[in-house]
Design a protein around this ligand. Structure first.
Ligand SMILES: Cc1cc2nc3c(=O)[nH]c(=O)nc-3n(C[C@H](O)[C@H](O)[C@H](O)COP(=O)(O)O)c2cc1C
Length: 192
């Protein structure tokens, strides 16, 4: 029989992200964050191309980026509430890692596989933080898909894009559970 890791299975079957709006201080220190990033980088990565990179954003960087988001939203003619949301997403945060998808030239590994690896990084990053007892959530928001913002805020090259912002902090005492998919509609078993 294979060795069952019940602690890991219990974690994976009950894990739940913490809405970023509810995250408070304290946040992981840089040593804890470094452990989280090391775990996050341990994902399937076809051809070992490492098609992603991380930007650590502490409060001063989040303050700067919140202003860039605000200015960009205004320059794009967004309504006031959209400007406020773009600004608030960063302004509210205490610690965040921007995960940048950074595809590499490869004849063997299509770009979509490199992007999938980046998604795996984001999930592992959230899970590592949750397993360490922190709250965490993967957030995007329309501004994360704006190439001009990505360049100004994070120095993203034109071939790169923001896969997500992973926010970290202290979770409230209770995080509401959310509905999970009905697997009977999603799985086709060979015998049915
Ligand atoms: C690519 C991506 C972007 C997301 N962006 C947001 C977002 O901007 N705002 C939000 O509330 N949730 C967003 N989510 C959803 C949350 O990360 C998460 O799935 C949700 O809070 C439920 O988390 P859980 O299933 O881990 O418990 C995003 C998820 C993904 C995969």
């Amino acid at each position: 029989m294979p060795d069952r890791n019940d602690a890991a299975l219990d974690f994976l079957s009950s894990r739940r992200s913490t809405p970023a709006k509810t995250l408070t201080t304290p946040v992981p220190d840089l040593e804890a964050l470094s452990e989280i990033l090391t775990i996050a980088a341990r994902v399937p990565d076809h051809g070992m191309l490492v098609p992603w990179r991380f930007c650590v954003l502490q409060k001063p960087q989040l303050d700067k980026i919140s202003q860039i988001a605000k200015d960009r939203a205004i320059a794009m003619g967004k309504p006031d509430e959209v400007v406020a949301k773009a600004h608030g997403q960063f302004d509210r945060g205490h610690l965040c890692v921007a995960v940048i998808s950074s595809p590499k030239d490869s004849e063997k590994v299509p770009q979509v596989e490199q992007v999938l690896s980046t998604g795996a990084v984001c999930v592992s990053m959230v899970n590592a933080a949750l397993a360490m007892g922190w709250g965490a959530q993967w957030i995007s928001g329309w501004i994360s898909h704006d190439a001009e913002f990505a360049q100004q805020a994070l120095g993203a090259d034109p071939h790169e894009f923001i896969a997500g912002f992973i926010y970290f902090g202290t979770a409230p005492d209770r995080t509401p559970m959310r509905a999970r998919p009905d697997l009977t509609k999603l799985i086709s078993w060979p015998h049915k």
